[in-house]
Each structure stands twice: as structure tokens, then as C-alpha cells.
Design a protein around this ligand. Structure first.
Ligand code: ATP
Length: 332
């Protein structure tokens, strides 16, 4: 297994997840790869070949966040990795976690975001046309749109989900988002057992805040997927608890929705739940169902007990205290 701790809170939360996975008894040979702001600046390389070589060998990785400089600096490592390994599907399950106080105490939120992971405005094609006028290119292709739509519908069918809603802005971006939506419609025809709906992204944002319990699978291009992921994380208690997977044909890299959270890095207070739940997804991907269930149940039990909750969800437990509580239950 390739383990990329990343930077910011990455090393703290990935260590927590690694300890919890090891506690399940599944024997994993962790290949630790350093990839963070410091190594990138030192090597002057966003994605050093040894990282790709490790992932090409192991096929599966658990990754912490890597800081992306804002308005300048080197390009996003996270985006570069997704592109390099063609990890086209970003899958982010967002569930109510009993024991976490939210504004939605009376409803159960259980939705999954399927975010196209390789193109859209993340293509990184920007240039200054003339001074003070810049252009960013939004790339949408039939191939990538069909691929993520097919992944979402296939997942929905295999996992007993009922509905896929494509989220777009095709009323304005008639060509680019129009193509995305046409690909979703075309795919939906092959899945008559799954209900298909469409929502314009602004309306989807409002509906998600008003009636989050109504949503099932959400299919969207890259940028809306990024923004709506954080919105939905906010519905269930914040970024500390929402996991994710980047899946391609040959590789899968599991990572939380959150970033490197520099504001709390190094303090030992980050919530490791999101990376732990990403590791649960990883165990399922590896076919380790029993261990995945045990780890998942231990995490949810700690929340229900309410004695060792991290600060971001209203508790006072440190990263290590929360992790130890999870490990005690895994081993019970
Ligand atoms: P990126 O754009 O790289 O995804 P971001 O802009 O979404 O990053 P984050 O680094 O995810 O920003 O942090 C957003 C806020 O959420 C910060 O206040 C941070 O402290 C908080 N946060 C993120 N992850 C966690 C966590 N695991 N535990 C506690 N708080 C977190």
C-alpha cells in the first residue's frame, strides 16, 4: 500500500488511520512516500517519479492532503496525481453520523457525490490574453463525461441506490455542461431501474440546504463536485468526517474531502474520521469486508458514545485520544 501522509494535518490524520487499519489485523505493507510542500519546493517537481512508481506497483494508496498555494506557486499535487493516474471518478459518500450535532438532527442524510476528476476548469489551462484580461478554459469531453456517468449509474445499481441526479449549469454553458448532461441522459437510458433527474447547480445548492434527505446519488463535473462536496460536508458536521475515493481503471487512491487545514496543523487536534472512513473504503476495495465493517462500526460507536469526540464536532478529544478510542473498540 502506498501511504502519502501529505502535509498540514495530513501526517497526523493518516497516522491515525494507519494505526486503526493495523488494529483490524489486516496485514498491510505500507510504502510511505513523502509528498508535501517542502519536498515539492526542494525537488522542484510536483509529482516526483518515485510516487507514481510506488502507486503503479501497489495500485492502491491512502493519501493525506497536500497544500496547494493560492493565487500563484506550484500547481495542485492532488489534481496532478488524479490526472497522471487517470483517477477519473471521485466518490464522496456523505452520511449523517449519529452523535454529531448538526442543523439536521431530525433527518437522515445519505447521499453520494460522483465528481468527474480529470477535466473541467481543473484542466489548468489559463492564460493572460492581454494585461489584466485572463482566460480559463473549461474542458468537457464526451469520453470523460460518459465514463463518470457510467460509473455513477453502475455504482447506484450495484449498491441498491435509487436515483442519480446530474448537476449542471447547461442553461448558461450550453456547449460544455450541455455535453455533460447529454452524456448523463444517454447513460441513464441504459439504467431504466435507476431514476434519473437533473438540477441546475444553484438550485441544487439551495435544495441541498433545504431538503438534504431527499438526495441520493449526485453526478457532476469537477468544479461543482468540489464546491458541493464541501457544502454537503457542512450538512453532516464538517470536513472532518467526510471520506472519499479517487478511482481509475487500474488504481484507487483514498483521501478525505478536506484539505491540509494549516490553521490547526501540528496541534494534535485534527479530526481523523474522514481519513479513517476513507481507509474503510480502501479496505472494502481490497475485499477486506469484515475488517472494514469492524473499523466502520468502531468509528460510529465512538460518536454514539460521545465521550471522545474531536473539537470540530463539539468535543475535546485530541486526534490521539479519538484514535485510541476507535482502536480499543476495533480490538474489543
Ligand atoms: P482544499 O482547497 O485544499 O481542499 P480547503 O480550502 O477546503 O482546502 P481545508 O484545509 O479543508 O480547506 O480546511 C477548511 C476548514 O476546515 C479549516 O478551518 C480547517 O481547520 C477545517 N478542517 C478541515 N479538515 C479538518 C479536520 N480533519 N479536522 C478538523 N477541522 C478540519
Amino acid at each position: 500500500m502506498t501511504l502519502i501522509p501529505g502535509d498540514g494535518i495530513g501526517p497526523e490524520v493518516t497516522l491515525a488511520a494507519q494505526r486503526a487499519v493495523d488494529a483490524t489485523g489486516v496485514k498491510i505493507d505500507w510504502r510511505r512516500c513523502e509528498l508535501n510542500e517542502e519536498t515539492i519546493l526542494r525537488k522542484n517537481e510536483v509529482l516526483p517519479p518515485e510516487i507514481l512508481a510506488s502507486l503503479n506497483r501497489t495500485k492502491v494508496g491512502l493519501k493525506g492532503p497536500v497544500t496547494t498555494p493560492i493565487a500563484g506557486g506550484f500547481p495542485s499535487v492532488n489534481v496532478a496525481l488524479r490526472k497522471a493516474l487517470d483517477l477519473f471518478a471521485n466518490v464522496r459518500p456523505v452520511h449523517t453520523l449519529k452523535g454529531v450535532k448538526t442543523r439536521y438532527q431530525d433527518v437522515a442524510i445519505d447521499l453520494i457525490i460522483f465528481r468527474e476528476n480529470t477535466e473541467d476548469l481543473y484542466a489548468g489551462l489559463e492564460h493572460e490574453v492581454v494585461p489584466d484580461v485572463v482566460e480559463s478554459l473549461k474542458i468537457i469531453t464526451r469520453k470523460a463525461s460518459l465514463r463518470i456517468a457510467e460509473y455513477a449509474f453502475r455504482y447506484a445499481r450495484a449498491n441498491g441506490r435509487r436515483r442519480v441526479t446530474a448537476v449542471h449549469k447547461a442553461n448558461i454553458m450550453k456547449l460544455s455542461d450541455g455535453l455533460f448532461v447529454r452524456c448523463a441522459r444517454e447513460t441513464a437510458l441504459q439504467y431504466p431501474d435507476i431514476e434519473y433527474k437533473e438540477l441546475i447547480v444553484d438550485n441544487a445548492s439551495m435544495q441541498l440546504v433545504m431538503r438534504p434527505e431527499k438526495f441520493d446519488c449526485l453526478l457532476m463535473p469537477n468544479l461543482y463536485g468540489d464546491i458541493v462536496s464541501d457544502l454537503t460536508a457542512g450538512l453532516v458536521g464538517g470536513l472532518g468526517i467526510v471520506p472519499g475515493a479517487n478511482v481509475g481503471e487500474h488504481h484507487a487512491v483514498f483521501e478525505a474531502v478536506h484539505g491540509s487545514a494549516p490553521d490547526i496543523a501540528g496541534q494534535g487536534i485534527a479530526n481523523p474520521t474522514a481519513v479513517m472512513l476513507s481507509a474503510v473504503m480502501m479496505l472494502r476495495h481490497l475485499g477486506e469486508r469484515e475488517a472494514a465493517d469492524r473499523m466502520h462500526d468502531a468509528i460510529t460507536q465512538v460518536y454514539q458514545d460521545g465521550k471522545h469526540l474531536p473539537g470540530d464536532v463539539g468535543g475535546t478529544a485530541s486526534t490521539a485520544e479519538f484514535t485510541n478510542a476507535v482502536i480499543r473498540l476495533i480490538q474489543a
